[in-house]
Each structure stands twice: as C-alpha cells, then as structure tokens.
Design a protein around this ligand. Structure first.
Ligand SMILES: Nc1nc2c(c(=O)[nH]1)N[C@H]1C(S)=C(S)[C@@H](COP(=O)(O)OP(=O)(O)OC[C@H]3O[C@@H](n4cnc5c(=O)[nH]c(N)nc54)[C@H](O)[C@@H]3O)O[C@H]1N2
Ligand SMILES: Nc1nc2c(c(=O)[nH]1)N[C@H]1C(S)=C(S)[C@@H](COP(=O)(O)OP(=O)(O)OC[C@H]3O[C@@H](n4cnc5c(=O)[nH]c(N)nc54)[C@H](O)[C@@H]3O)O[C@H]1N2
Ligand code: SF4
Ligand SMILES: [Mo]
Length: 731
C-alpha cells in the first residue's frame, strides 16, 4: 500500500512543505506540498534527495565504538555504549569539574525543536559553560551587531521584501541559499515582485551569482565591503539625504558617527572596494530617494575581517534613511512564540557573557567560536576541555579553525562522543557515535524560524516513517545519558531534573505543546476556541497555517531593548572599528582574494553522499576570471594551487567572466575522508584550509572566522605524469 504523508523539510530555513509517498514503511517519493499555504508547492533538489539519506548504506544505524585509528569503528549494543560513556564522563567531571566537558553543536540539529533544547539541558545538567558552534562561520557578527544597535542579541530584523521598492542584497544569494535569518520559501517570487512593480533589486557580490544575474549586479572586490558600506553612509550624510526626523527621534550619537565617516568618501573607498565612486554615489542617492527600501546582508559580509562592522554599516544605511520598523524596510519579525522573549528568559541571548578560555573570544547567543576549540582542548589549566560531545557538527571541514590542528586536538581528548547520521571528518576521531533520526523519522515544529517568516506561519508534523530499529532521537540519547550519570535528565531547569530523579522525565512534546498553547496564537488550554496546540495543528491544519499575510509594524521604541530605547549610532565598538578600518593596510604579497560559494546540490559538508546530488563526474571547481587565469598561465579545467598565508588547496578551475577580476570563488564543504564513500570519492579540497583563523586573525567583535576575502596567490599546479592523466577534469 502506498500512502501520501504531509510533512515539511528541515534542511534549511524555508522549512518547505513536503509530501512523502510511503510504501511499506519506506519513502519512495518526495514532492513539494501544494496545499502548504506557506511554501505553496516549492521545494528544492535537496529536500527530494533527503529520502536517499534515509536509506543511505553509509548512514550510521547502530552505536559505534572506536576500535583503532580515526574512522575505525565496531558496532556495540546501546546499553553498553550508554553505560560506558556515562561512566567515563561521570569520572572526568567528578575529578576535574563540569568545565572539563564541552559541547559542540553544528547547524542541522537546530532544525529540530527538541535536539537543541536537550543539548543545552545536557550541558546545564553536567554543569559546563563551554558550548561551541559554527556561529562564527555564520551569523555571529550579525547577532553581535544587533546586540550593539538594538540592545538584544535575540532581536533579529528582517527585510520586508513583499512590500519594499528597493532591496539591496549584499553578500547573500537567496536564489541558491533560499534565504537565511529570513524564512520565505517564495523568496524568488518576492524579489521578482519588487522588479515587477517597478522597484529595484541590487545585488552587491564579487560573483555574478544566480541572484545577481536575475536582477541588477554591482561587482565588489572580495572582503572589502566595509569600505563600500562606509562610503554609502558617507554619501547619505554628506549629501543631506538622511531622514533627520527619524534619526532625531530614534537614535543617539549621529554627530560622532558622521564625524567618523567623514574620511570615507566614495573617492577614498573606490580603489579599495573597486566599485567606481560614481556608482557608489548614485546607489546611495537612489536608495535614499526611494519611497522605502532595505539593505539586507548575509554570510558573504558576515564572515569577513570586518564582519560585525559590515553588519553595523548595513544597518546604519537603513537607520539613516529611516527604514527601521517601517513598511518595506528592515523590520522586527513576528512569530506566535515570542522567540526573543523566550531566548532572553532562558539566558540564550547573551553576547560576551562567557569567553573562550585560551583565546578570550566572546560567546554570541551563548555559543563560542569554533576556532577557539583546539586551543581550549590542548592548553593545560583550569577548565581545559577533556571530554567533548559533538552533535550534528563537522568543524574539521566547516570551521575556519578546523583542519589539522583540530584533528590533532580531538585525538588528545580523554572522551569524545558524537550524535550524527554519518561518520564524518570530525566524529571519526570520537570514541563513540550514537545514531540519530533523520527529519522524516521525528515529530517537529519549526521553532528555529518561528519569528523569521515574512508571512508568519506555523505547522507541526509527526514522523512520516519509523526510524531503523537501532536509531534514536537526540533528546532520548542525551536524556538517557544524563540519567545514567545520576543527573536525572538533560534539563536546564533544576526543577525538571529533580522531577526526573523521582522518575518523572518530561518529554519534549508537552514542553513545545505548552509553548504553542500559551503563544499569541495558542488555545490557552481551551480558553481560546480557535487557538492552536500541537495536536490541533496536526488535525485542523495538517498543511500548516499562515497566521499573518504581512509582518505587523509596531512603534519602534517598543521594540528596542536598549536602556534609552534608542539606537546608538555612536556606539564605541562601531567607532572603534571604523578607526581600525581607516588604518587597515591590505597585503600586497597575496594579491588575489578567495570567497566562498554555495551550490544548489550541496548542504555545507553533509549532503555529498547521495547520487541524486553527487552524480558521477560532479566535481568541485573554483571560479576564476579570465585575466587572473591568464596571469597564472591557467586554462579552463586545469588544476590550480591556491595558497593563503596559512594553507594551500589544489582544485580544478573554471574560467568565467562571472567573477570580478582579483577574486576567486571556491565552494566549501568538499575534500571528504570520512565514512561516506561517495562523498570521499568526489574528491575536491577543503576550502577552509585557506581560512585565516589564528587568534590574531579572527574578527574582533564576534570572533568570526575570515572565510571571505582571504588574501591568496594562484598558480599552475605542476603536473606529475599520473596527474597528467586526470589533469583535465570534465565539468
Ligand atoms: N544549496 C544550499 N543552500 C543553503 C546552504 C547550502 O550549503 N547549500 N546553507 C544554508 C546555510 S547554513 C546558510 S547560513 C545560508 C546562507 O545564506 P546566504 O548567505 O544567502 O548564502 P551564500 O550563497 O553563501 O551567499 C553569500 C553570497 O556572498 C557572496 N560573497 C562572498 N564574499 C563576499 C564579499 O566579500 N562581499 C560580498 N558583497 N559578497 C560576498 C557570495 O558570492 C555569495 O553569493 O544558506 C543556507 N542554504
Ligand atoms: N568556507 C566556508 N565555510 C563554511 C561556510 C561558508 O559559507 N564558507 N558556511 C558555514 C555555515 S553558514 C554553517 S551553518 C556551517 C555548517 O557547519 P556544520 O554544522 O559543522 O556542518 P554540516 O555540514 O552542516 O553538518 C554537520 C553534521 O550534521 C549531521 N546531521 C545532519 N542532520 C542531522 C540531524 O538531524 N541530527 C544530527 N545530530 N546530525 C545531523 C551531518 O551528518 C553532518 O555530519 O558551515 C560553515 N562553514
Ligand atoms: S529549500 Fe531548504 S527547506 Fe526547502 S526543500 Fe530545499 S532544502 Fe528543504
Ligand atoms: Mo549556516
């Protein structure tokens, strides 16, 4: 018998509605759910290919114990694995304290409502403040900027794309990434609609991306956006284009900010960012003159040497032109569950509350930079990390501070256990790997993005298939480990741990159900007839429900969390970073710049093992402008050596005028040697070998790894006779 089951995807932020066709407990097909009012049928190749991950022969489906070198594992029964990890962790913590333990959470677990909750609960139960993650490769600088400008790390603003007439996208490629820190499966329609109503979409990017190609493209040199953004602010101020009424009502420090920007004229900045001064001036004037508008940036500008400054300046353009919490502008999100309040209450919206032990980098939203981990493991002293949990994380490839140093550090741990779908390049160094469910095998609610949707929606799903018998959910595993350690369970709240010790272990479902029922859209446990609960979502709104067609606009002063309810344009970190920018000297001995590139059929490091996404013959290739290729004596398809000050990769190149001269794009997440055979066979190189993540190199305010704008050299790779055979890679 064949049955269609309605669910939603949990690979990236749009959370697209899906229909899975299930036959005999097996998924035989996946398609977009046309009846989902939020995504309206949209889904991408990754969502469809996820069915192949479920049945991937390389997937981990029973607990594994290390029995030799990295990657050598044997299956062990659950009880044996759980007991041994609990016993060993207990002993380490008893002897050295809770801070001898650390956790590293990657990106995929955040797409489950329960996994991050119990991860935090486990860390709190054990009593450690060491929580690492990939934030410093992603949005930490965005979040730090929010804390500085709006007074809360949890207050993330959104581009009001459905109502804007002028969108500047800088360092974002939503036609491939499908959007980030904003959740909108129909983001392409939203952008098309801007152009269709006579508005403009301007894409500032070193590559003529899929998004840039469809709208207007302004090429920029990789890693130099701070100069461009400062110049745009300068024009707005010097040409008297600022919305003074807005600025006077809602900000402080305008004069200090204006003074700090005085030297960043378009003429001064143009040679740095390689955008002509006339283009900068025209863009600033036209943007300011538009009836409304928004500057939206994402990972491209976040993971740079001046990543937090970039975000501060992007927002400064929105602030100066009076576009904060205004129709078509840069607006505060809305979700039925007030995520901001939730994060603040649960102490998750911190910035600089904890610092990494050796490098002193600040936490952002409670997460420490991945680049801090290796030293925190290898440097002896109080709080040295001796035991590590990695959950859905692959920092050996994904992190700017990964690579060899981290691999060596991982081998020095007394205990390392991991919760993952695969043996990856990081947990192949663990002693134990516990197998977890795919999203098709677990219930869920899109908690992560509940406040990020441009048309706020809510949905719930049950598992659509049962997991393989040896597989459990993250929360079950962590709860059980905590119990066996004598801690009750993996709960942050001491009261819940006490209850657990008495035998009452609360499952995540009643927790999320209570959050939904008490939310703005909730049924208040029966008090509101049309309100939602987990069960009512399943029965009354199986395809999900859009709660608001537009984001509500509220008085700005009620949204700001700064003490004086104003935005500090003269904030010390902003002025200090502008001084640093003014003094910054580019190095001449590494003349080119490397930037990253996301591909439609990749998801960071982890979807390279299914044939549908990684067919035979698909290869990683770096995109190089013809002028740079010629200068290095390289032709299309040829292997090239790219070297930064700290690392080298060898990768095939594609010569294309999509690149701006001087900047090379290298897709990340390649160069596998884990337990996934097809991914290993695909070859390629880990682009983060080039990353600069030495303590002196990481970005100052949020500890960002510098992944975009890395100074490099490009050279022909000398050919060995064997390499001559395969030097021309078919693309
Ligand atoms: N297919 C696919 N989709 C994904 C992912 C994936 O791996 N694959 N990952 C998901 C995740 S975890 C995230 S966080 C989001 C990220 O979402 P986005 O940030 O929208 O994703 P990117 O495609 O990396 O877009 C970054 C853009 O910045 C540009 N860029 C690089 N350097 C610079 C620079 O110096 N200046 C400027 N102005 N631009 C620069 C790049 O060329 C690229 O076009 O995507 C999500 N979606
Ligand atoms: N150069 C460069 N580097 C980058 C980026 C870039 O743009 N350029 N992007 C950065 C960004 S934005 C991100 S978010 C990071 C991602 O960095 P990571 O989170 O470290 O890596 P991922 O590849 O997302 O996946 C990590 C692991 O999660 C596992 N996994 C998948 N689903 C689940 C699940 O449901 N549960 C559990 N427990 N595990 C699961 C996968 O098998 C994989 O082994 O990479 C960063 N690295
Ligand atoms: S865009 Fe993201 S959420 Fe939507 S189907 Fe693709 S992978 Fe899934
Ligand atoms: Mo990300």
């Amino acid at each position: 018998v064949s049955e269609d089951k309605v669910t939603f995807c949990r690979i990236c932020e749009p959370f697209c509605g899906l229909v899975a066709t299930v036959e005999d407990g097996r998924i035989v097909g996946v398609r977009g759910d046309r009846d989902n009012p939020f995504s309206q049928g949209f889904c991408c190749a990754k969502g469809v290919a996820m069915a192949d991950v479920v049945t991937d022969p390389d997937r981990v489906i029973e607990p594994l114990r290390r029995c030799g070198g990295p990657g050598e594992f044997v299956p062990v029964p659950w009880d044996e694995a759980l007991d041994d990890v609990a016993r060993r962790l207990r002993a380490i913590v008893d002897e050295q304290g809770g801070h001898a333990f650390g956790g590293f959470i990657g990106n995929p677990p955040y797409f489950s409502y329960s996994a991050p909750m119990f991860f935090q609960g486990f860390l709190d139960a054990v009593g450690t403040k060491w929580k690492y993650g990939v934030n410093a490769e992603d949005a930490a600088s965005r979040i730090a900027a929010n804390a500085i400008l709006y007074g809360s790390a949890a207050l993330l603003l959104k581009p009001d794309l459905w109502r804007t007439d002028f969108a500047i996208l800088i360092g974002a490629n939503p036609l491939v990434s499908h959007g980030s820190v904003v959740s909108e499966p129909r983001i392409r329609e939203a952008l098309d609609a801007i152009a269709a109503r006579g508005g403009r979409v301007v894409v500032i990017d070193p590559r003529r991306t899929e998004t840039a190609r469809r709208y207007e493209h302004v090429p920029v040199r990789g890693g130099t956006d701070a100069w461009l953004l400062a110049a745009l602010c300068n024009v707005i101020i010097e040409h008297g284009l600022a919305d003074r009424a807005f600025v006077d009502a809602h900000t402080t420090g305008y004069d200090a900010f204006a003074a700090a920007l005085a030297r960043f004229t378009p003429e001064h900045c143009a040679p740095r960012c390689r955008v002509p001064a006339t283009t900068i001036t025209a863009l600033a004037r036209e943007f300011a003159a538009a009836p409304n508008g928004v500057v939206y940036g994402r990972t491209g500008t976040c993971t740079q040497r001046f990543g937090t400054l970039n975000n501060l300046l992007q927002d400064a353009i929105n602030i100066l032109t009076g576009r904060i919490e205004r129709r078509g502008g840069w607006v505060v999100g809305w979700g039925p569950i007030d995520f901001e309040a939730y994060a603040e209450k649960s102490g998750l919206s911190t910035y600089g509350a904890v610092r990494s032990r050796v490098t002193g980098l600040p936490d952002v939203n409670g997460q420490l930079a991945s680049s801090a981990l290796a030293a925190d493991i290898t440097t002896p002293g109080e709080g040295q990390v001796r035991a590590l949990l990695t959950m859905g994380a692959n920092p050996v490839i994904s992190s700017g501070g990964g690579g060899r140093d981290l691999e060596d550090a991982l081998e020095q741990l007394e205990l390392h256990f991991s919760l993952d779908l695969y043996v990856n390049e990081t947990n192949k160094h663990a002693q134990y790997i516990f197998p977890v469910t795919t999203f098709f095998e677990r219930e869920d609610v899109p908690l992560l993005v509940m406040g990020n949707m441009l048309r706020p929606a809510v949905m719930a799903t049950e598992a659509v298939v049962a997991p393989p018998p040896g597989v459990r959910q993250e929360w079950e595993i962590l709860n059980e480990l905590a119990r066996r350690m004598g801690l009750g369970g993996a709960y942050s709240a001491p009261a819940l741990r006490r209850l657990a010790k008495l035998g009452l272990r609360v499952k995540p479902r009643p927790m999320i159900d209570a959050m939904l029922r008490l939310s703005d859209a909730g049924d208040r446990f029966g008090l509101r007839r049309n309100g939602i609960s987990f069960k009512k979502l399943l029965t009354r709104h199986p395809h999900g429900v859009v709660l608001q067609e537009e984001l509500p606009i509220r008085p700005l002063e009620t949204r700001l969390r700064t003490a004086d309810r104003r935005i500090p344009l003269g904030a010390a970190p902003l002025l200090e970073q502008l001084r640093r920018l003014a003094d910054f000297e580019e190095r001449g001995d590494f003349p080119l710049r490397v930037i990253g590139m996301r591909e439609l059929r990749s998801q960071n490091t982890w979807m390279h093992n299914v044939a549908r996404l990684m067919p035979d013959g698909r290869v990683q290739r770096a995109l190089v402008h013809p002028d740079d290729a010629t200068a290095a004596g390289l032709e299309d398809g040829r292997l090239a050596t790219i070297s930064s000050e700290t690392g080298t990769v060898t990768v095939a190149i594609e010569v294309t005028t999509d690149m701006t001269p001087g900047t090379i794009a290298v897709p990340h997440g390649w160069g596998h040697n884990g337990g996934w055979r097809r991914a290993n066979g695909a070859g390629g190189a880990n682009s983060n070998e080039l990353a600069l993540a030495r303590p002196a190199d990481v970005e100052a305010l949020a500890g960002m790894s510098i992944l975009n704008g890395i100074p490099v050299r490009l050279a022909r790779t000398p050919l060995t006779p064997e390499a001559r055979e395969r030097d021309t890679v078919s693309i």
